[in-house]
Design a binder for this molecule. Structure first.
Ligand SMILES: Nc1nc2c(ncn2[C@@H]2O[C@H](COP(=O)(O)OP(=O)(O)O)[C@@H](O)[C@H]2O)c(=O)[nH]1
Ligand SMILES: [Mg+2]
Length: 251
C-alpha cells in the first residue's frame, strides 16, 4: 500500500492578488522555497515530494504519521506568509491514494476559502507491515548529444514535455502517476504496474512519437529507498550492464 499526501497552500489565489497583484518573481521565489522546505521535511522521514503545480504538491508519505504532518504545517506557518493544508490517503495504487487524499481535504473546504486554514484531513494512514512503494525513474535516451547540444533549448524542452504528456496519458490508466523531476527525467509512483506492462508502454511511445525511453524501477517500504533503487537500476542500463529497457531493484 502506498500513502500519499496532498499539500495545498491555503487561499493562495486570492492572496497572490491582495491587496494588489504581487510581483511574479516574488511568487516564484515563495513557491520554490516552499517546495525545497517541504521536501527537506518529508525527506527527513524518507518521504518524497513532487512539486506538481507548486500551489498543490503531492508527496509519497509512507513512514510519516499524523504528528509528523502537523509539525510540518506548524513549521511552515511560523516562517511563511501563507499556511498549508494537507490530505492523506492510502491505497493499492498511487492514483487511488491521491484521490482519497484529495477528497478528504476537499470535504474540509475549498482551496480558495477564507475559512479553511491549516487543515489536516486524514482518510487513511498505511500500516508499517503493509507499507510498499514502487517507483520508476524514466529517462529519455541520448538527450544531451541529440538535442541539448544541437537544437534550441526551448525545442528540447517542448519535446520533453511531449514525452511527459504521452507517459502520463498511458500511466494514469494503470493507476500510476508521473512527475517531471528535471532534465529529461520523470518519476512515476507505480505500485501495481508490472515491469512488463511498463516496458510495453515505453515501446508504444517509441513507435508513436519516436522518443526512446528507459526506466529503472525501485521497490521498498518507503519512497526514498524505492527512488534510490530506481536510480541504481537506471545506472545499470546507462552503463550498458543490461540490454533491457527496464531494470528492477528491490531493497
Ligand atoms: N532530477 C534528476 N535529473 C537528472 C538525473 N539524471 C540526469 N538528470 C538530468 O537529465 C539530463 C540528461 O541526463 P542523461 O539522461 O543522463 O543524459 P542523456 O544520455 O543525454 O539523456 C542531465 O543533464 C540532468 O539535467 C537524475 O537522476 N535526477
Ligand atoms: Mg537521458
Amino acid at each position: 500500500m502506498i500513502q500519499m499526501t496532498l499539500i495545498q497552500i491555503d487561499n493562495y489565489g486570492p492572496w497572490t492578488v491582495t491587496p494588489n497583484p504581487r510581483n511574479e518573481s516574488d511568487l516564484q521565489i515563495l513557491q520554490a522555497e516552499l517546495f525545497a522546505d517541504v521536501q527537506r521535511q518529508f525527506a527527513m522521514k524518507k518521504g518524497l515530494v513532487f512539486f506538481m503545480r507548486f500551489d498543490n504538491m503531492l508527496a509519497i508519505s509512507n513512514g510519516l504519521n499524523k504528528e509528523d504532518h502537523l509539525r510540518i504545517q506548524r513549521s511552515i506557518r511560523n516562517r511563511y506568509p501563507i499556511t498549508i493544508s494537507m490530505g492523506i490517503g492510502t491505497a493499492k495504487t498511487p492514483y487511488e491514494a491521491q484521490k482519497l487524499a484529495t477528497r478528504a481535504l476537499q470535504t474540509k473546504g475549498g482551496a480558495q476559502s477564507e475559512e479553511r486554514k491549516e487543515i489536516l484531513a486524514i482518510d487513511s494512514l498505511v500500516k508499517p507491515e503493509d507499507s510498499f512503494v514502487q517507483i520508476a525513474h524514466i529517462d529519455i535516451n541520448g538527450v544531451t548529444e541529440s538535442l541539448t547540444d544541437i537544437i534550441p533549448a526551448f525545442d528540447t524542452s517542448f519535446l520533453v514535455n511531449r514525452a511527459q504528456h504521452y507517459l502520463m496519458t498511458k500511466l494514469i490508466e494503470k493507476g500510476a502517476l508521473l512527475f517531471f523531476i528535471g532534465g529529461d527525467n520523470f518519476m512515476s509512483p507505480c505500485n501495481e504496474l508490472s515491469p512488463k506492462k511498463l516496458l510495453q508502454l515505453l515501446e508504444e511511445i517509441d513507435d508513436e512519437i519516436d522518443i526512446a525511453l528507459k526506466a529503472g524501477v525501485g521497490r521498498s517500504d518507503n519512497a526514498e529507498d524505492a527512488a534510490y533503487m530506481a536510480d541504481l537500476g537506471l545506472e545499470e542500463i546507462r552503463e550498458g550492464n543490461t540490454d533491457e529497457l527496464i531494470h528492477v531493484l528491490e531493497k
